[in-house]
Ligand binder design. Structure first.
Ligand SMILES: [Fe+2]
Length: 587
Protein backbone atom coordinates (compact mmCIF):
# COMPACT_ATOMS: atom_id res chain seq x y z
CA UNK A 1 0.00 0.00 0.00
CA UNK A 2 2.68 2.46 0.99
CA UNK A 3 4.62 1.81 -2.17
CA UNK A 4 1.78 3.32 -4.10
CA UNK A 5 2.54 6.66 -2.64
CA UNK A 6 5.47 7.24 -4.85
CA UNK A 7 3.11 7.20 -7.76
CA UNK A 8 1.46 10.16 -6.19
CA UNK A 9 4.75 11.96 -6.77
CA UNK A 10 5.35 12.05 -3.07
CA UNK A 11 2.70 14.40 -1.87
CA UNK A 12 2.32 16.38 -4.99
CA UNK A 13 -1.40 16.69 -4.75
CA UNK A 14 -1.32 17.32 -1.08
CA UNK A 15 1.16 20.05 -1.57
CA UNK A 16 -1.21 22.05 -3.64
CA UNK A 17 -3.00 22.56 -0.40
CA UNK A 18 -1.22 25.69 0.54
CA UNK A 19 -0.95 28.00 -2.36
CA UNK A 20 -2.98 30.52 -0.47
CA UNK A 21 -0.82 33.55 0.14
CA UNK A 22 -2.70 34.73 3.18
CA UNK A 23 -2.92 31.59 5.19
CA UNK A 24 -3.11 27.96 4.46
CA UNK A 25 -5.99 27.26 2.25
CA UNK A 26 -6.93 24.04 3.72
CA UNK A 27 -8.92 23.75 6.81
CA UNK A 28 -6.12 22.68 9.02
CA UNK A 29 -7.23 20.78 12.01
CA UNK A 30 -5.68 20.97 15.40
CA UNK A 31 -4.52 17.73 16.88
CA UNK A 32 -3.37 17.14 20.39
CA UNK A 33 -4.15 20.66 21.50
CA UNK A 34 -2.89 19.91 25.00
CA UNK A 35 0.65 20.21 23.81
CA UNK A 36 3.46 18.39 25.52
CA UNK A 37 5.81 20.99 24.20
CA UNK A 38 6.44 23.64 26.86
CA UNK A 39 7.40 26.14 24.22
CA UNK A 40 3.99 25.78 22.65
CA UNK A 41 2.27 26.51 25.93
CA UNK A 42 4.16 29.70 26.64
CA UNK A 43 3.14 31.49 23.48
CA UNK A 44 1.69 34.91 23.91
CA UNK A 45 -1.69 35.99 22.58
CA UNK A 46 -2.17 34.74 19.06
CA UNK A 47 -1.68 37.09 16.15
CA UNK A 48 -5.38 36.79 15.32
CA UNK A 49 -6.36 37.97 18.77
CA UNK A 50 -3.99 40.93 18.59
CA UNK A 51 -5.55 42.32 15.40
CA UNK A 52 -8.85 44.20 15.61
CA UNK A 53 -12.02 42.35 14.64
CA UNK A 54 -13.72 43.46 11.45
CA UNK A 55 -17.31 44.59 11.14
CA UNK A 56 -19.40 45.11 8.01
CA UNK A 57 -16.99 43.65 5.46
CA UNK A 58 -18.17 43.73 1.86
CA UNK A 59 -18.68 40.65 -0.27
CA UNK A 60 -15.84 39.47 -2.48
CA UNK A 61 -18.05 37.40 -4.78
CA UNK A 62 -17.19 39.52 -7.81
CA UNK A 63 -13.47 38.81 -7.31
CA UNK A 64 -13.86 35.06 -7.67
CA UNK A 65 -15.95 34.90 -10.85
CA UNK A 66 -14.87 33.49 -14.20
CA UNK A 67 -13.66 36.01 -16.76
CA UNK A 68 -12.95 36.06 -20.48
CA UNK A 69 -9.41 36.12 -21.80
CA UNK A 70 -7.99 39.03 -23.80
CA UNK A 71 -5.41 37.39 -26.07
CA UNK A 72 -4.68 40.45 -28.21
CA UNK A 73 -3.14 43.37 -26.29
CA UNK A 74 -5.56 46.25 -25.71
CA UNK A 75 -4.67 49.85 -24.83
CA UNK A 76 -5.16 51.30 -21.36
CA UNK A 77 -6.03 54.79 -20.17
CA UNK A 78 -3.15 56.44 -18.34
CA UNK A 79 -3.87 58.70 -15.37
CA UNK A 80 -0.89 60.51 -13.89
CA UNK A 81 2.48 59.42 -15.25
CA UNK A 82 4.01 56.03 -15.88
CA UNK A 83 7.80 56.66 -15.80
CA UNK A 84 9.31 56.35 -19.27
CA UNK A 85 12.24 54.32 -18.00
CA UNK A 86 10.00 51.35 -17.23
CA UNK A 87 10.32 48.88 -20.08
CA UNK A 88 9.06 45.36 -19.75
CA UNK A 89 6.06 43.35 -18.66
CA UNK A 90 4.37 42.85 -15.36
CA UNK A 91 3.19 39.24 -15.45
CA UNK A 92 0.64 37.84 -13.04
CA UNK A 93 -0.91 34.45 -12.45
CA UNK A 94 -4.06 33.24 -10.70
CA UNK A 95 -7.31 31.32 -11.09
CA UNK A 96 -9.68 32.70 -13.74
CA UNK A 97 -12.30 30.06 -14.56
CA UNK A 98 -14.38 28.30 -11.94
CA UNK A 99 -16.77 26.07 -13.89
CA UNK A 100 -17.12 23.92 -17.00
CA UNK A 101 -20.66 23.30 -18.22
CA UNK A 102 -22.78 22.50 -15.18
CA UNK A 103 -19.79 21.45 -13.08
CA UNK A 104 -18.49 23.90 -10.51
CA UNK A 105 -15.19 23.93 -8.67
CA UNK A 106 -15.54 24.10 -4.92
CA UNK A 107 -12.19 25.58 -3.95
CA UNK A 108 -10.58 28.85 -5.00
CA UNK A 109 -7.33 27.11 -5.93
CA UNK A 110 -9.10 24.83 -8.37
CA UNK A 111 -9.81 27.66 -10.80
CA UNK A 112 -8.03 27.37 -14.14
CA UNK A 113 -4.77 29.30 -14.37
CA UNK A 114 -5.00 32.63 -16.17
CA UNK A 115 -1.92 34.64 -17.12
CA UNK A 116 -2.05 38.44 -17.26
CA UNK A 117 0.45 40.74 -18.93
CA UNK A 118 0.78 44.50 -18.54
CA UNK A 119 3.32 45.54 -21.13
CA UNK A 120 4.92 48.88 -20.31
CA UNK A 121 6.96 50.97 -22.75
CA UNK A 122 7.62 54.71 -23.07
CA UNK A 123 4.97 55.62 -20.54
CA UNK A 124 2.23 53.55 -22.25
CA UNK A 125 0.67 50.27 -21.13
CA UNK A 126 -1.19 47.49 -22.94
CA UNK A 127 -2.98 44.55 -21.36
CA UNK A 128 -3.49 40.97 -22.49
CA UNK A 129 -4.43 37.70 -20.82
CA UNK A 130 -4.70 34.03 -21.68
CA UNK A 131 -5.79 30.88 -19.97
CA UNK A 132 -3.03 28.36 -19.57
CA UNK A 133 -3.76 25.52 -21.97
CA UNK A 134 -2.96 22.92 -19.35
CA UNK A 135 -4.06 19.34 -19.88
CA UNK A 136 -6.72 20.04 -17.24
CA UNK A 137 -8.05 23.05 -19.13
CA UNK A 138 -8.00 21.34 -22.51
CA UNK A 139 -9.64 18.11 -21.33
CA UNK A 140 -12.31 19.91 -19.32
CA UNK A 141 -13.04 22.20 -22.27
CA UNK A 142 -13.37 19.29 -24.68
CA UNK A 143 -15.85 17.47 -22.42
CA UNK A 144 -17.51 20.67 -21.14
CA UNK A 145 -17.36 19.29 -17.61
CA UNK A 146 -14.70 18.80 -14.93
CA UNK A 147 -12.83 15.62 -15.81
CA UNK A 148 -9.54 16.33 -14.01
CA UNK A 149 -9.50 16.45 -10.21
CA UNK A 150 -8.05 19.53 -8.59
CA UNK A 151 -7.06 20.20 -5.04
CA UNK A 152 -10.54 20.78 -3.66
CA UNK A 153 -12.70 19.24 -6.37
CA UNK A 154 -12.84 15.59 -7.32
CA UNK A 155 -13.78 14.92 -10.92
CA UNK A 156 -16.84 12.72 -11.09
CA UNK A 157 -16.60 9.42 -12.97
CA UNK A 158 -17.66 9.60 -16.58
CA UNK A 159 -21.46 9.12 -16.61
CA UNK A 160 -21.10 7.32 -19.94
CA UNK A 161 -19.14 4.50 -18.30
CA UNK A 162 -21.06 1.54 -16.99
CA UNK A 163 -21.52 1.19 -13.25
CA UNK A 164 -18.59 -1.20 -12.81
CA UNK A 165 -16.17 1.01 -14.69
CA UNK A 166 -17.34 3.98 -12.64
CA UNK A 167 -16.86 2.07 -9.40
CA UNK A 168 -13.35 0.94 -10.27
CA UNK A 169 -12.31 4.34 -11.52
CA UNK A 170 -12.41 5.37 -7.87
CA UNK A 171 -9.40 3.20 -7.25
CA UNK A 172 -7.27 4.57 -10.01
CA UNK A 173 -4.38 6.74 -8.97
CA UNK A 174 -5.20 10.33 -9.90
CA UNK A 175 -2.72 12.19 -12.04
CA UNK A 176 -1.28 15.38 -10.68
CA UNK A 177 -2.69 18.51 -12.20
CA UNK A 178 -0.69 20.79 -14.47
CA UNK A 179 -3.05 23.69 -13.74
CA UNK A 180 -0.12 25.92 -12.77
CA UNK A 181 -1.90 28.91 -11.27
CA UNK A 182 0.52 30.05 -8.57
CA UNK A 183 3.56 31.82 -9.99
CA UNK A 184 5.85 32.60 -12.91
CA UNK A 185 9.29 31.05 -12.36
CA UNK A 186 12.52 31.01 -14.33
CA UNK A 187 14.96 28.24 -15.16
CA UNK A 188 17.92 28.63 -17.52
CA UNK A 189 16.43 31.81 -18.93
CA UNK A 190 13.01 30.32 -19.74
CA UNK A 191 9.73 31.30 -18.13
CA UNK A 192 7.43 28.66 -16.69
CA UNK A 193 4.23 28.81 -14.72
CA UNK A 194 4.22 26.70 -11.63
CA UNK A 195 2.04 25.22 -8.97
CA UNK A 196 3.33 22.71 -6.41
CA UNK A 197 3.07 19.42 -8.26
CA UNK A 198 5.75 17.69 -10.34
CA UNK A 199 4.52 19.54 -13.44
CA UNK A 200 5.29 22.99 -14.77
CA UNK A 201 4.33 24.55 -18.07
CA UNK A 202 6.79 26.53 -20.15
CA UNK A 203 5.18 29.71 -21.47
CA UNK A 204 6.02 32.52 -23.86
CA UNK A 205 6.14 35.64 -21.66
CA UNK A 206 5.27 37.89 -24.62
CA UNK A 207 2.37 36.07 -26.27
CA UNK A 208 1.36 34.12 -23.12
CA UNK A 209 1.24 31.05 -25.33
CA UNK A 210 1.34 27.72 -23.51
CA UNK A 211 4.35 25.56 -24.36
CA UNK A 212 5.24 22.06 -23.29
CA UNK A 213 4.53 20.36 -20.00
CA UNK A 214 7.64 19.66 -17.97
CA UNK A 215 7.85 16.82 -15.48
CA UNK A 216 10.49 17.22 -12.75
CA UNK A 217 10.65 13.48 -12.27
CA UNK A 218 12.13 13.15 -15.76
CA UNK A 219 15.17 15.15 -14.68
CA UNK A 220 15.86 14.39 -11.04
CA UNK A 221 14.57 12.27 -8.19
CA UNK A 222 12.02 14.71 -6.85
CA UNK A 223 8.28 14.37 -7.03
CA UNK A 224 7.34 18.04 -6.71
CA UNK A 225 8.79 21.54 -6.52
CA UNK A 226 7.60 24.72 -4.85
CA UNK A 227 6.37 27.73 -6.82
CA UNK A 228 8.97 29.92 -5.08
CA UNK A 229 12.48 29.18 -6.37
CA UNK A 230 15.39 31.45 -5.49
CA UNK A 231 17.95 32.76 -7.95
CA UNK A 232 21.63 33.50 -7.40
CA UNK A 233 23.54 36.29 -9.11
CA UNK A 234 25.09 33.90 -11.62
CA UNK A 235 21.66 32.85 -12.93
CA UNK A 236 21.28 29.49 -11.19
CA UNK A 237 17.88 28.61 -9.75
CA UNK A 238 17.34 26.83 -6.44
CA UNK A 239 14.18 25.12 -5.34
CA UNK A 240 12.93 22.45 -2.96
CA UNK A 241 10.88 19.35 -3.61
CA UNK A 242 9.88 16.08 -2.04
CA UNK A 243 11.40 12.70 -2.73
CA UNK A 244 9.66 9.61 -1.57
CA UNK A 245 10.70 6.01 -1.89
CA UNK A 246 11.57 2.90 0.02
CA UNK A 247 14.26 4.76 1.97
CA UNK A 248 11.81 7.26 3.40
CA UNK A 249 10.54 10.76 2.79
CA UNK A 250 13.06 13.49 2.01
CA UNK A 251 12.94 17.22 1.46
CA UNK A 252 15.36 17.81 -1.40
CA UNK A 253 17.18 20.99 -2.34
CA UNK A 254 17.47 21.35 -6.11
CA UNK A 255 19.92 23.44 -8.14
CA UNK A 256 19.37 24.18 -11.82
CA UNK A 257 22.47 25.72 -13.43
CA UNK A 258 22.48 29.04 -15.30
CA UNK A 259 21.96 29.01 -19.07
CA UNK A 260 25.13 28.14 -20.94
CA UNK A 261 27.00 31.14 -22.24
CA UNK A 262 26.95 31.48 -26.05
CA UNK A 263 24.80 28.35 -26.39
CA UNK A 264 22.24 28.42 -29.19
CA UNK A 265 18.91 28.67 -27.45
CA UNK A 266 16.39 26.10 -28.62
CA UNK A 267 12.68 26.72 -28.28
CA UNK A 268 12.25 23.90 -25.81
CA UNK A 269 12.28 23.27 -22.10
CA UNK A 270 15.70 22.57 -20.66
CA UNK A 271 16.35 21.57 -17.08
CA UNK A 272 19.50 19.63 -17.94
CA UNK A 273 22.16 19.79 -15.29
CA UNK A 274 19.57 19.96 -12.50
CA UNK A 275 20.87 18.30 -9.34
CA UNK A 276 19.70 17.48 -5.87
CA UNK A 277 22.37 19.10 -3.70
CA UNK A 278 21.00 18.04 -0.32
CA UNK A 279 18.31 15.68 0.95
CA UNK A 280 16.89 16.22 4.40
CA UNK A 281 15.15 13.26 5.96
CA UNK A 282 11.62 13.94 7.22
CA UNK A 283 11.26 13.44 10.95
CA UNK A 284 8.25 11.21 10.26
CA UNK A 285 8.07 9.49 6.87
CA UNK A 286 4.29 9.14 6.91
CA UNK A 287 3.70 12.62 8.22
CA UNK A 288 5.96 15.06 6.40
CA UNK A 289 5.63 18.80 6.89
CA UNK A 290 4.08 21.10 4.35
CA UNK A 291 6.24 23.96 3.06
CA UNK A 292 5.55 26.63 0.50
CA UNK A 293 8.96 28.26 0.14
CA UNK A 294 12.40 28.37 1.79
CA UNK A 295 15.18 30.76 2.77
CA UNK A 296 18.37 31.53 0.86
CA UNK A 297 21.25 33.78 1.90
CA UNK A 298 24.60 34.20 0.15
CA UNK A 299 25.99 30.98 1.61
CA UNK A 300 23.07 29.10 3.14
CA UNK A 301 19.68 27.60 2.45
CA UNK A 302 17.37 27.06 5.39
CA UNK A 303 14.51 24.60 5.22
CA UNK A 304 11.84 25.06 7.88
CA UNK A 305 10.13 21.87 9.00
CA UNK A 306 6.96 23.27 10.51
CA UNK A 307 4.20 21.60 12.51
CA UNK A 308 1.75 21.56 9.60
CA UNK A 309 1.63 17.91 8.77
CA UNK A 310 0.41 16.09 5.70
CA UNK A 311 -1.27 12.85 6.62
CA UNK A 312 -0.37 10.52 3.77
CA UNK A 313 -2.53 7.65 4.97
CA UNK A 314 -5.53 9.91 5.27
CA UNK A 315 -4.84 11.12 1.77
CA UNK A 316 -5.11 7.58 0.44
CA UNK A 317 -8.28 6.99 2.43
CA UNK A 318 -9.89 10.15 1.06
CA UNK A 319 -9.05 9.06 -2.43
CA UNK A 320 -10.77 5.74 -1.95
CA UNK A 321 -13.75 7.50 -0.40
CA UNK A 322 -13.88 9.96 -3.29
CA UNK A 323 -13.28 12.96 -1.07
CA UNK A 324 -11.25 15.98 -2.08
CA UNK A 325 -7.74 16.41 -0.74
CA UNK A 326 -8.00 19.73 0.96
CA UNK A 327 -8.55 18.45 4.49
CA UNK A 328 -5.55 16.24 4.91
CA UNK A 329 -3.35 18.72 6.72
CA UNK A 330 -3.22 19.06 10.44
CA UNK A 331 -1.78 21.68 12.76
CA UNK A 332 0.16 19.72 15.33
CA UNK A 333 1.69 22.11 17.84
CA UNK A 334 3.16 19.30 19.92
CA UNK A 335 5.92 19.38 17.31
CA UNK A 336 8.52 22.12 17.44
CA UNK A 337 9.56 24.06 14.39
CA UNK A 338 12.92 22.82 13.12
CA UNK A 339 15.26 24.93 11.00
CA UNK A 340 17.62 22.86 8.84
CA UNK A 341 20.71 24.87 7.86
CA UNK A 342 22.46 23.82 4.64
CA UNK A 343 25.59 25.24 3.01
CA UNK A 344 24.33 25.95 -0.48
CA UNK A 345 27.77 25.63 -2.08
CA UNK A 346 28.66 22.23 -0.60
CA UNK A 347 25.18 20.87 0.11
CA UNK A 348 26.31 19.96 3.62
CA UNK A 349 23.64 20.10 6.33
CA UNK A 350 24.63 21.55 9.68
CA UNK A 351 24.75 19.04 12.52
CA UNK A 352 23.15 21.64 14.75
CA UNK A 353 19.38 21.48 14.96
CA UNK A 354 17.82 24.92 15.37
CA UNK A 355 14.39 24.71 16.94
CA UNK A 356 11.68 27.19 17.85
CA UNK A 357 8.16 27.21 19.23
CA UNK A 358 5.46 25.95 16.84
CA UNK A 359 4.69 28.41 14.08
CA UNK A 360 3.79 28.33 10.44
CA UNK A 361 5.13 30.30 7.54
CA UNK A 362 4.39 30.50 3.86
CA UNK A 363 6.57 33.30 2.55
CA UNK A 364 10.00 34.39 3.64
CA UNK A 365 10.93 38.04 3.30
CA UNK A 366 14.73 37.85 3.16
CA UNK A 367 17.77 36.36 4.92
CA UNK A 368 21.32 37.60 5.32
CA UNK A 369 24.51 36.85 7.18
CA UNK A 370 25.83 39.22 9.80
CA UNK A 371 29.10 38.57 11.63
CA UNK A 372 28.64 34.88 12.24
CA UNK A 373 24.84 34.91 12.40
CA UNK A 374 22.14 34.19 9.88
CA UNK A 375 19.23 36.62 10.12
CA UNK A 376 15.92 35.33 8.74
CA UNK A 377 12.83 37.46 8.26
CA UNK A 378 9.51 35.91 7.36
CA UNK A 379 5.74 36.16 7.61
CA UNK A 380 4.50 33.85 10.32
CA UNK A 381 1.40 32.78 12.14
CA UNK A 382 1.47 31.21 15.56
CA UNK A 383 -1.76 29.28 15.58
CA UNK A 384 -2.16 27.10 12.55
CA UNK A 385 -5.52 25.89 13.82
CA UNK A 386 -7.07 29.29 13.13
CA UNK A 387 -7.07 28.83 9.43
CA UNK A 388 -9.70 29.62 6.88
CA UNK A 389 -11.18 27.27 4.40
CA UNK A 390 -10.90 29.12 1.12
CA UNK A 391 -13.77 27.47 -0.62
CA UNK A 392 -15.60 29.50 -3.22
CA UNK A 393 -18.69 29.27 -1.04
CA UNK A 394 -16.86 31.04 1.78
CA UNK A 395 -15.29 33.63 -0.50
CA UNK A 396 -18.71 34.41 -1.99
CA UNK A 397 -20.38 35.04 1.35
CA UNK A 398 -22.64 38.04 1.52
CA UNK A 399 -21.54 41.39 2.95
CA UNK A 400 -21.87 41.92 6.66
CA UNK A 401 -22.08 39.34 9.42
CA UNK A 402 -21.41 36.30 7.23
CA UNK A 403 -18.24 37.73 5.80
CA UNK A 404 -17.16 39.19 9.16
CA UNK A 405 -17.48 35.78 10.75
CA UNK A 406 -15.26 34.20 8.12
CA UNK A 407 -12.60 36.92 8.28
CA UNK A 408 -12.52 37.14 12.06
CA UNK A 409 -11.88 33.41 12.26
CA UNK A 410 -8.75 33.64 10.12
CA UNK A 411 -5.18 33.82 11.25
CA UNK A 412 -3.14 37.01 10.82
CA UNK A 413 0.36 36.63 9.52
CA UNK A 414 2.95 38.95 10.97
CA UNK A 415 6.62 39.54 10.15
CA UNK A 416 9.19 38.18 12.55
CA UNK A 417 12.95 37.74 12.70
CA UNK A 418 14.98 34.73 13.80
CA UNK A 419 18.75 34.91 14.30
CA UNK A 420 20.75 31.68 13.95
CA UNK A 421 24.26 31.56 15.44
CA UNK A 422 26.41 29.86 12.80
CA UNK A 423 29.22 28.70 15.07
CA UNK A 424 27.91 26.28 17.65
CA UNK A 425 30.01 23.34 18.85
CA UNK A 426 30.84 21.25 21.94
CA UNK A 427 32.61 24.23 23.50
CA UNK A 428 29.57 26.50 23.24
CA UNK A 429 28.19 27.06 26.75
CA UNK A 430 24.58 25.99 27.34
CA UNK A 431 21.74 28.28 28.42
CA UNK A 432 23.42 31.49 27.35
CA UNK A 433 21.92 33.79 24.77
CA UNK A 434 24.24 33.33 21.82
CA UNK A 435 22.87 36.31 19.89
CA UNK A 436 25.44 38.83 21.00
CA UNK A 437 24.95 41.45 18.30
CA UNK A 438 23.42 44.55 19.88
CA UNK A 439 20.84 45.30 17.19
CA UNK A 440 18.80 42.10 17.55
CA UNK A 441 16.41 41.07 20.30
CA UNK A 442 15.86 37.54 18.99
CA UNK A 443 17.56 34.93 21.15
CA UNK A 444 19.24 31.57 20.64
CA UNK A 445 20.38 29.24 23.43
CA UNK A 446 22.14 25.94 23.27
CA UNK A 447 19.84 23.60 25.15
CA UNK A 448 21.80 20.41 24.66
CA UNK A 449 24.61 19.09 22.50
CA UNK A 450 23.75 19.82 18.86
CA UNK A 451 20.54 21.75 19.59
CA UNK A 452 19.78 25.45 19.80
CA UNK A 453 16.41 26.87 20.86
CA UNK A 454 15.45 30.22 19.37
CA UNK A 455 12.94 32.93 20.13
CA UNK A 456 12.08 35.56 17.57
CA UNK A 457 11.92 39.31 17.39
CA UNK A 458 8.64 40.90 16.28
CA UNK A 459 9.45 42.78 13.13
CA UNK A 460 6.64 45.33 13.39
CA UNK A 461 5.04 47.98 15.54
CA UNK A 462 1.46 47.91 16.79
CA UNK A 463 0.39 50.12 13.88
CA UNK A 464 0.49 47.05 11.62
CA UNK A 465 -2.43 45.50 13.52
CA UNK A 466 -4.93 47.95 12.05
CA UNK A 467 -4.00 46.63 8.58
CA UNK A 468 -4.65 43.03 9.64
CA UNK A 469 -1.07 41.78 9.43
CA UNK A 470 0.65 41.21 6.13
CA UNK A 471 1.60 38.71 3.47
CA UNK A 472 3.00 38.60 -0.09
CA UNK A 473 6.35 40.15 0.94
CA UNK A 474 8.64 41.43 -1.81
CA UNK A 475 12.02 43.15 -1.71
CA UNK A 476 14.51 44.71 -4.11
CA UNK A 477 15.40 41.13 -4.97
CA UNK A 478 18.13 41.62 -7.56
CA UNK A 479 20.27 43.75 -5.29
CA UNK A 480 19.34 42.57 -1.83
CA UNK A 481 18.23 38.98 -1.83
CA UNK A 482 20.45 37.10 0.60
CA UNK A 483 22.06 40.37 1.69
CA UNK A 484 21.37 43.02 4.32
CA UNK A 485 18.36 45.12 3.38
CA UNK A 486 16.11 47.75 4.83
CA UNK A 487 12.72 47.69 3.07
CA UNK A 488 10.10 45.22 2.11
CA UNK A 489 6.75 45.68 0.38
CA UNK A 490 3.68 43.61 1.08
CA UNK A 491 -0.11 43.39 1.20
CA UNK A 492 -2.08 44.18 4.32
CA UNK A 493 -5.02 41.90 5.08
CA UNK A 494 -7.82 43.96 6.58
CA UNK A 495 -10.14 41.71 4.59
CA UNK A 496 -10.04 38.10 3.46
CA UNK A 497 -8.26 39.37 0.35
CA UNK A 498 -5.59 42.04 0.67
CA UNK A 499 -6.97 45.56 0.97
CA UNK A 500 -3.80 47.64 1.35
CA UNK A 501 -0.21 47.91 0.20
CA UNK A 502 2.48 48.36 2.83
CA UNK A 503 6.13 49.38 2.80
CA UNK A 504 8.05 48.50 5.94
CA UNK A 505 11.41 49.79 7.12
CA UNK A 506 12.85 46.83 9.04
CA UNK A 507 15.27 49.09 10.90
CA UNK A 508 12.70 51.52 12.30
CA UNK A 509 9.59 49.33 11.77
CA UNK A 510 7.94 52.39 10.25
CA UNK A 511 5.11 51.73 7.79
CA UNK A 512 4.05 53.53 4.65
CA UNK A 513 0.56 52.63 3.46
CA UNK A 514 -1.60 52.75 0.32
CA UNK A 515 -5.20 51.91 1.16
CA UNK A 516 -8.58 52.95 -0.27
CA UNK A 517 -11.99 51.46 0.56
CA UNK A 518 -13.21 48.92 -1.99
CA UNK A 519 -9.84 48.51 -3.71
CA UNK A 520 -8.00 45.20 -3.50
CA UNK A 521 -4.33 45.23 -4.54
CA UNK A 522 -2.23 42.29 -5.69
CA UNK A 523 1.22 41.38 -4.45
CA UNK A 524 3.48 44.44 -4.95
CA UNK A 525 6.51 43.97 -7.18
CA UNK A 526 9.53 46.29 -6.95
CA UNK A 527 11.33 47.48 -10.10
CA UNK A 528 14.58 49.42 -9.66
CA UNK A 529 15.14 52.57 -11.68
CA UNK A 530 18.10 52.44 -14.09
CA UNK A 531 20.15 54.98 -12.13
CA UNK A 532 19.26 53.68 -8.69
CA UNK A 533 21.74 54.42 -5.94
CA UNK A 534 19.55 53.58 -2.97
CA UNK A 535 17.67 50.39 -2.19
CA UNK A 536 14.24 51.93 -2.75
CA UNK A 537 15.02 53.95 -5.88
CA UNK A 538 12.36 52.64 -8.23
CA UNK A 539 8.68 51.83 -8.41
CA UNK A 540 6.29 49.35 -6.88
CA UNK A 541 3.62 47.87 -9.14
CA UNK A 542 0.36 46.24 -8.20
CA UNK A 543 -2.84 45.34 -10.01
CA UNK A 544 -5.88 46.82 -8.31
CA UNK A 545 -9.32 45.24 -8.59
CA UNK A 546 -12.66 46.09 -7.06
CA UNK A 547 -15.89 44.19 -6.44
CA UNK A 548 -17.86 47.44 -6.55
CA UNK A 549 -17.77 48.23 -10.25
CA UNK A 550 -17.49 46.18 -13.43
CA UNK A 551 -14.42 46.50 -15.67
CA UNK A 552 -12.57 48.84 -13.34
CA UNK A 553 -9.15 47.25 -13.02
CA UNK A 554 -5.95 49.28 -13.06
CA UNK A 555 -2.21 48.82 -12.88
CA UNK A 556 -0.94 51.02 -10.05
CA UNK A 557 2.58 52.44 -10.12
CA UNK A 558 3.87 53.83 -6.82
CA UNK A 559 7.10 55.67 -6.15
CA UNK A 560 8.86 53.07 -4.00
CA UNK A 561 10.60 55.68 -1.88
CA UNK A 562 7.58 57.79 -0.91
CA UNK A 563 4.94 55.11 -1.55
CA UNK A 564 2.79 57.67 -3.32
CA UNK A 565 1.07 57.17 -6.66
CA UNK A 566 2.91 58.15 -9.82
CA UNK A 567 0.28 56.92 -12.21
CA UNK A 568 -2.16 54.20 -13.14
CA UNK A 569 -3.18 52.40 -16.30
CA UNK A 570 -6.91 51.74 -16.37
CA UNK A 571 -8.07 48.71 -18.28
CA UNK A 572 -11.77 47.91 -18.87
CA UNK A 573 -11.65 44.25 -17.87
CA UNK A 574 -12.46 42.17 -14.83
CA UNK A 575 -9.57 40.27 -13.27
CA UNK A 576 -10.20 37.79 -10.44
CA UNK A 577 -8.10 37.95 -7.30
CA UNK A 578 -4.76 36.32 -8.13
CA UNK A 579 -1.65 34.85 -6.62
CA UNK A 580 1.91 35.89 -7.60
CA UNK A 581 3.61 37.93 -10.29
CA UNK A 582 6.98 39.02 -11.66
CA UNK A 583 8.42 41.83 -13.74
CA UNK A 584 10.02 40.64 -16.98
CA UNK A 585 12.59 43.16 -18.22
CA UNK A 586 12.87 41.37 -21.54
CA UNK A 587 9.52 42.70 -22.69
FE1 LIG B 1 3.18 31.79 -2.50
Amino acid sequence: MIQRWQYFRGSKVLLRACINPLCLSAQIRRTNTMSKNPAAQTQSTSSGQRCPQAKGLETLAALVQSVEETPDPIPTTIKGTIPEWINGSFLRNGPGKFEFGKDRYTHWFDGMAMMHRFHISEGQVTYSSRFLRSDSYVQNSEKNRIVVSEFGTMAMPDPCKNIFARFFSRFQIPKATDNASVNFVKYKGDYYVSTETNYMRRVDPQSLETKEKVDWTQYIAVNSATAHPHYDREGASYNMGNSYGKNGFFYSIIRVPPPEVNAVKADSADLSGAKVICSIRAAEPRKPSYYHSFVMSENYIVFIEQPIKLDLLKFMLYRIQGKSFHKVMTWEPHYQTVFHLVNRHTGEESKVKYVAAPMFTLHQINAFEDNGFLVMDMCCGDDGAVIGDFTLENLRRESGEEMDEFYNGLCRNLPRRYVLPLTVDEMTPPDHNLVTLPNYTATAKKTKQGEVFMTHEELYDDELMQYGGLEFPQINYDKHNGRPYRYFYSCGFGHVFSDSLLKMDVQTKELKVWRYPGLFPSEPVFVASPKATEEDDGVVMSVIITPRKENSTFLLVLDAKTFTELGRAEVPVNIPYGTHGVFNEMG
